[in-house]
Design a protein around this ligand. Structure first.
Ligand SMILES: [Fe+2]
Length: 179
């Protein structure tokens, strides 16, 4: 289940209801899928064949279609990031820059962990959302953010897009952001 750290205060927000209401106030979509729907061999597996990826997508087929229908996504795929990913250090360095997109950035974690660092409203500032299997999040269109891995450095996630070009990152220079 997701947990949140508010950077300005160091406060942790935990528990499904607290996380949900915090994110709702920040207009960040948060939902939860049942990660145990996946066959055991695909849970916490980061060495996935093309067939495995298709099986993950079909396991969550109903959830994906439901989300796509509600929010207009037209394509989806699976992304895997681990220490074995070529150029992982460079990729993470590139990821770890505050940016925006012209469409929302939606991810459903199916294995491992990931962190979205998101700019909240003026009273909140930046906060980290630490995601684990089953967590589904969507960073609103135009909202400054970036993504990174936890120390475990591995994640599998479903990505959904309205237009694949919508995911192009536009750098967002923000003096308010402190690493
Ligand atoms: Fe992004």
């Amino acid at each position: 289940m997701a947990k949140i750290k508010v950077r300005n205060t160091g406060e942790w927000i935990e528990g499904e209801e607290n996380v949900r209401s915090f994110l709702e106030k920040q207009t960040v979509l948060y939902e939860h899928w049942d990660p145990t729907k996946l066959p055991e061999r695909l849970q916490e597996n980061f060495d996935l064949s093309a067939e495995d990826k298709n099986e993950i997508l079909s396991t969550f087929g109903d959830e994906i279609k439901d989300l796509a229908q509600r929010r207009g996504y037209r394509t989806w795929d699976i992304v895997v990031l681990t220490e074995q990913t070529p150029n992982i250090e460079e990729l993470l360095k590139k990821f770890e820059q505050v940016h925006t997109h012209t469409e929302d950035e939606v991810r459903a974690i199916t294995a491992g962990e990931g962190i979205f660092i998101i700019k909240g409203d003026d009273s909140v500032g930046y906060f980290d959302v630490v995601l684990s299997p089953g967590d589904v999040i969507s960073v609103p269109e135009g909202n400054p953010h970036f993504f990174t891995l936890t120390d475990a450095r591995k994640v599998v996630a479903v990505r959904l897009f309205i237009e694949t070009e919508g995911w192009i990152a536009h750098p967002f220079e923000d003096p308010a952001f402190v690493k």
